[in-house]
Design a protein around this ligand. Structure first.
Ligand code: ADP
Ligand code: AMP
Length: 213
């Protein structure tokens, strides 16, 4: 099963992708997480990606597509995967389609997690991330058991550099201009499903699993 999570930054794609990954035993592939790992490790890819990410811009398609196709070619992706944060532009979606066609594979579901911009600002301002294991929390909606400490691995939580208010506004603008057209793209392929992302995490997940079952 191959699944694409669509939605604005902060809509809850990663939160749901993690739960789908656990329930169905599929790898959760987040291009944002891969870039952040490279930044942390100080790789050349990380340095290049950081300059775009810090401004709320998209990393160029060529670089992102290469990275993603490398990842989906790995053995653990043979039975499927969940893409979170990819594709983010029509050329990225087309590049993925071209590769899938070569392999005789298809995307089974594109799930759009719908959340209005007003809620997004609140979600991203309260987001806290674990720099070690990648778990995501929210100060108000999904707080860790111990303040600012990751439940999973005990690491101190951080605020993502690109979750600053001025960057969030830019990321939303980029989303509406470059990523939202993908909703129509996958609708035309008859694989688009929409869930109301303003509900609490468990209810969004119920809606997601009812699509997948
Ligand atoms: P995305 O991957 O789409 O950028 P995240 O999954 O990181 O979004 O979620 C953004 C923020 O909102 C995080 O702080 C997360 O804990 C919180 N969040 C996710 N889903 C919900 C929800 N259904 N209700 C309230 N907060 C949520
Ligand atoms: P995310 O973790 O999905 O919110 O992504 C964080 C940032 O990484 C984005 O704002 C972009 O700068 C970059 N990024 C992640 N995925 C992509 C992608 N598919 N295309 C271009 N840039 C991306």
């Amino acid at each position: 099963m191959r699944i694409i999570m669509l939605g604005a930054p902060g809509a809850g794609k990663g939160t749901q992708a993690e739960k789908i990954a656990e329930k169905y035993g599929l790898p959760h592939i987040s291009t944002g997480d891969i870039f952040r790992r490279n930044i942390k490790e100080g790789t050349a890819l990380g340095k290049e990606a950081k300059s775009y990410m810090d401004e709320g811009k998209l990393v160029p398609d060529e670089l992102t597509v290469r990275l993603l196709l490398d990842r989906t070619a790995a053995d653990d992706c043979k039975k499927g995967y969940i893409l979170d944060g990819f594709p983010r532009t029509i050329p990225q979606a087309e590049a993925l389609d071209t590769e899938l066609k070569k392999l005789g594979e298809i995307i089974d579901y594109a799930i759009d997690v719908e959340v209005p911009d007003e809620n997004i600002i609140k979600r991203m301002s309260g987001r806290r991330a674990c720099p070690k294991c990648g778990a995501t929390y929210h100060t108000e909606f999904i707080p860790p058991k111990k303040e600012n400490i990751c439940d999973e691995c005990g690491e101190a939580l951080i605020i993502r550099d690109d979750d600053k208010p001025e960057t969030v506004a830019n990321r939303l603008k980029v989303y509406h201009e470059q990523t939202q057209p993908l909703i129509d793209y996958y609708d035309k392929k008859n694989i688009l499903h929409t869930v109301d992302g303003t509900q609490d995490v468990q209810d969004v997940f119920k809606a997601v699993t009812s699509i997948l079952e």
